[in-house]
Design a protein around this ligand. Structure first.
Ligand code: FPP
Length: 251
C-alpha cells in the first residue's frame, strides 16, 4: 500500500523548527470576489490545520509570521479587523492548544499592539506555559531589522555598564539577544502565495535554512501541503558550506 504523506514524513528525520510566512489571504479573498478580511478569517483555518499537523508529527517549534511591522501601514479597517480576529482566535483556540500540549509564545514589539490584544496574548501564554509538545511562536508587530537593532542596543548597553566584554561577543551572543533566544534556528522556511522573498522575517536565524515556496494561497494551505513541504526539505542535502562527499563519507 502507498504510504500517506504523513507516514513518509515521519519515516525521515524531522526538522525541529519550521517557520512560515503566511501570504496570499487578500488575493485569495479577491479571487472569490470578497473583501480582504474574509481571506484573513479563512487563514485561521490554515493556522489551525498546520499547528495541529506540527503537533501530531512532533515538530518542536512552529513560528508563524502573523503581523509585520510594515503591516501597520495597511488601511485602518484592515488592521483593526486583524486585531479583533487575533483576539477571537485566541479565545476560541486556547482549549485546542491545551488539548494538543502546545505552548504559545510571541516575538515582536508587543507594546505597539492594542492593550486588549496584549492582555489576551499574555493570558494565553500564561495558560499554556507548561505545555511541552510544540512551541507555537506568533510573530506580531515583528520585523527582523527591528529585532537586530534592539539586540545591538541591548548589547551596547551591557558593554557600557561593564557587564559584557566586547571581545567576548560571538555569533552565539548575538543569537542570545534576539527575540528567538530560546528557540533553535529554523531548518525550513515555507512561504505561500508564490512570492519569493523574506520580507524582513528572521533574517539572522534563516542563514542556513532551506526555503520552500508554494503557489497556494495561505487560506488553502492544509496538513498535506505542510507534509509536502517537509518532504521536499527531507529530499534536500544540507551542506553548510561543505562539499557533498564530506557529508556522506565524514571526511
Ligand atoms: C498575509 O496575507 C497575511 C497576513 C498579513 C495576516 C495573517 C493573519 C492570519 C492568517 C489570521 C490571524 C492569525 C492568527 C495567528 C490568529 P496578505 O494579506 O498579505 O495577502 P495578499 O498578499 O494577497 O494581499
Amino acid at each position: 500500500m502507498m504510504k500517506t504523506l504523513k507516514e513518509q514524513v515521519v519515516d525521515n528525520q524531522l526538522p525541529r523548527h519550521i517557520a512560515i510566512i503566511m501570504d496570499g489571504n487578500g488575493r485569495w479573498a479577491k479571487k472569490k470576489g470578497n473583501i480582504r478580511i474574509f481571506g484573513h478569517k479563512n487563514g485561521v483555518t490554515a493556522v489551525r490545520d498546520t499547528t495541529e499537523a506540527a503537533a501530531e508529527i512532533g515538530i518542536e517549534y512552529l513560528t508563524l509570521y502573523a503581523f509585520s511591522t510594515e503591516n501597520w501601514n495597511r488601511p485602518r479597517t484592515e488592521v483593526d479587523a486583524l486585531m479583533s480576529l487575533l483576539i477571537q482566535t485566541i479565545n476560541k483556540e486556547v482549549p485546542t492548544l491545551q488539548k494538543n500540549n502546545i505552548k504559545l509564545v510571541t516575538i515582536g514589539d508587543l507594546s505597539s499592539l492594542p492593550v486588549d490584544v496584549q492582555k489576551k496574548l499574555q493570558e494565553a501564554k500564561d495558560q499554556t506555559k507548561n505545555n511541552s509538545r510544540t512551541t507555537l511562536t506568533l510573530a506580531l508587530s515583528y520585523s527582523s531589522r527591528w529585532e537586530i537593532g534592539k539586540a545591538v542596543k541591548d548589547i551596547a548597553h551591557k558593554v557600557k555598564e561593564g557587564t559584557l566584554d566586547v571581545d567576548s561577543i560571538s555569533e552565539e551572543t548575538i543569537s542570545q539577544y534576539l527575540e528567538t533566544s530560546n528557540i533553535p534556528d529554523p531548518e525550513l522556511l515555507i512561504r505561500t502565495s508564490g512570492e519569493q522573498r523574506l520580507s524582513n522575517f528572521l533574517l539572522y536565524q534563516l542563514a542556513y535554512s532551506e526555503l520552500y515556496f508554494t503557489p497556494k494561497f495561505w487560506p488553502d494551505f492544509r496538513k498535506n501541503d505542510f507534509y509536502e513541504a517537509i518532504l521536499a526539505y527531507q529530499g534536500r542535502e544540507r551542506r553548510f558550506g561543505k562539499i557533498s562527499e564530506q557529508l556522506t563519507k565524514n571526511i
